[in-house]
Design a protein around this ligand. Structure first.
Ligand code: HEC
Length: 164
């Protein structure tokens, strides 16, 4: 009985290997935030190490991402992460949203919620030191300040959601 179950599971494992989600490597940076905002090499390194895998159009895939069901699991994180914030597509958003997302970044860093814990288990180097946090938050604040300097205050207010 046990042997049959194991063989059954092995067959399922082999079959699911043929169903791989598309990779997040479009490399599309036409709306990348770097086109408008300065990203110093310090900041760039932190983003690359700790955030871009889930918040850009270019994920660095580890070898085990080839294996199912791991790649589905990663793909769902990436999709969800990009839906909330995509540095490669940042400029496609209204300025109010851009400012809002930078405020969210500061909040996420303060709360220690990003990078996700599950990512840190494997990517030990993605852990942000206090200095990294300060650098990243300072940069986010710089983007917010430059938006405030360029646009009238009312264009930076997020539209209120209609109550259902
Ligand atoms: C392993 C993938 C992953 C990594 C790495 C990651 N994030 Fe996220 N991020 C997500 C996912 C998934 C969400 C949406 C769900 C949630 O809020 O937990 C998200 C949401 C966010 C949000 C939006 C929160 C909100 O209020 O809607 C911000 C801002 C953010 N991440 C910033 C960052 C920053 C900054 C880094 C790097 C320091 C980072 N993330 C690293 C996956 C990731």
């Amino acid at each position: 009985m046990l042997k049959k179950i194991i063989i059954g599971l092995l067959i399922v494992f082999v079959i699911i290997q043929f169903f791989r989600p598309a990779r997040n490597n479009s490399g599309d940076t036409s709306m990348d935030m770097r086109k408008k905002y300065t990203v110093s090499s310090d900041v760039d390194q932190i983003l690359e190490r700790a955030c871009n895998d889930c918040h850009s159009n270019n994920t660095r895939y580890p070898w085990y991402a080839q294996v199912q069901p791991v790649s589905w699991w990663l793909a769902s994180h990436i999709k969800d992460g990009k839906r909330h914030l995509n540095f490669s597509n940042f400029l496609a958003n209204r300025v109010a949203f851009q400012k809002h997302r930078m405020e969210d970044c500061i909040e996420q860093i303060d709360k220690g919620e990003m990078p996700l814990d599950s990512y840190l288990w494997i990517h030990k180097d993605a852990k942000l030191s206090d200095a990294d946090k300060a650098t990243l938050k300072g940069w986010c604040q710089g983007v917010i300040d430059s938006l405030k300097a360029q646009y009238p205050a009312d264009s930076l207010v997020m539209p209120k959601r209609k109550r259902a």
